[in-house]
Design a protein around this ligand. Structure first.
Ligand SMILES: Cc1ncc(COP(=O)(O)O)c(C=O)c1O
Length: 390
């Protein structure tokens, strides 16, 4: 399989493609879906084989004996991230939005504040608000065009009602790979303000050459007593529909509280997700991810070069993820005008900046995980709809 192969996803219940016309009013034949964070690629053959083995066998009973699955997770974290995980620390949830919701439920009470470093992945705020907790937005600073921590400002903002901080590492939508020093800063901030630290590291495998993701417990081992880690194979291997993620909790006390909520809600995972994750976390999976990142690296180069050549547009340098975060502030145009051009004239569906919280107002997020020909198409459309700025 080549990452260049085009795949028609219309009529497959793909939210990204099959909901585009309804939500964006972009006609099916003309639309280019660059919103939802899944990729236009098939997963590696080892993952496909796990599924065909299941369908060949043809019996879909209850799953049991998760030792090989847990070992695969431990292997992946050790080999790829230099992080030793204990089997006992691993819980499986229905993805990481579910994992986030369970953390909010298990470790905070209604009315408590949950800190987000904004702009950040939109589902965090949605889940926090839906659970009757308060979103406390701590705006990221920008230093040399990249997002940066602003601990002095955030220290001054805390009131004592905050109980949890949810970190996105690497950062969606800004694409930052946080340094060890920045991660230790977050850990220190959580200790100072007595916050549980939930570190969502779902993008940890999608890191570009020249950068190194450091898991929070590797950067700041002393935060283990208040740390909840969230990881998944779904973003890395494009299997998000399997809705399977891992919440990894080093501290036995926190583990017990989380386990109690899972038990109370009767949550147990589905066998498809577990079988796919186990297959993905393998040497074959690792080799596929390396090829994927080399491919995405060229997509990133092409997309950024085109966008940054349009006066007033600026794509934030992506150190990780396949999500380009483009600032249109320099055009001086109102948001409606930008959307009319990108969406109505260009036919490109994106994620709107404001949905990521304060700081996202002048941005659109573009998913660049697609065959090169589609990136070329996207670049041509953007150049065309902003041609008058040249
Ligand atoms: C930071 C982050 N967390 C979680 C998710 C979604 O996780 P899941 O599909 O496992 O619910 C995404 C999807 O883009 C994400 O960017």
């Amino acid at each position: 399989m080549s990452f260049d192969d085009p795949i028609d996803r219309f009529g497959t219940h793909s939210v990204k493609w099959d909901m585009m016309e309804t939500l964006y009013d972009v006609p099916k034949g003309q639309g280019l879906a660059m919103w939802v964070a899944d990729m236009e690629f098939r997963p590696p053959a080892c993952v496909q084989k796990a599924l065909t083995d299941m369908t060949d066998h043809g019996v879909y009973g209850y799953y049991g004996d998760d030792r090989a699955y847990l070992d695969a997770i431990c292997w992946w974290m050790r080999e790829r991230h230099g992080w030793e995980v204990e089997r006992e620390a691993i819980f499986t949830t229905h993805g990481l939005v579910n994992g986030t919701a369970l953390c909010v439920d298990a470790f905070t009470a209604p009315g408590d504040g949950v800190v987000l470093l904004t702009p950040v992945y939109h589902a965090f705020a949605r889940v926090i608000a839906a659970a009757g907790r308060t979103v406390v937005s701590c705006p990221l600073a920008q230093v040399d065009g990249l997002y940066a921590m602003d601990f002095d400002a955030w220290d001054a903002q805390m009131t004592g009602s905050e109980k949890m901080l949810i970190l996105c590492s690497p950062h969606n939508p800004g694409g930052r790979v946080w340094t060890a020093e920045e991660l230790r800063g977050v850990a220190g901030f959580c200790r100072r303000h007595d916050l549980i630290l939930v570190s969502d590291e779902i993008h940890h495998d999608l890191v570009f050459p020249g950068h190194k993701h450091i898991p929070m417990p590797v950067a700041a081992p002393d935060i283990a007593d208040r740390l909840v880690m969230m990881t998944a194979s779904t973003k890395t291997f494009n299997i998000a529909g399997s809705h399977t993620g891992n919440v990894i909790i080093p501290d036995p006390g926190l583990r017990e509280r989380f386990g109690a909520r899972l038990a109370a809600l009767g949550i147990s995972p589905n066998s498809f997700g577990l079988r796919m994750a186990e297959a993905a976390y393998s040497p074959e999976g690792a080799e596929w991810v390396d090829r994927l990142m080399a491919y995405l690296n060229e997509n990133r180069r092409m997309f950024d070069e085109t966008v940054n050549a349009i006066p007033g547009l600026r794509s934030m340098p992506m150190e990780a993820t396949y999500l380009a975060w483009v600032d249109f502030a320099g055009t001086g145009m109102p948001a409606e005008e930008i959307i009319t051009r990108v969406e109505k004239q260009g036919g490109i569906a994106t994620n709107y900046g404001p949905s990521f919280g304060p700081g996202g107002e002048t941005f659109l997020r573009f998913n660049i995980a697609m065959p090169r020909a589609m990136i070329e198409d996207a670049c041509a459309r953007l150049t065309d709809v902003f041609a008058d700025l040249q």
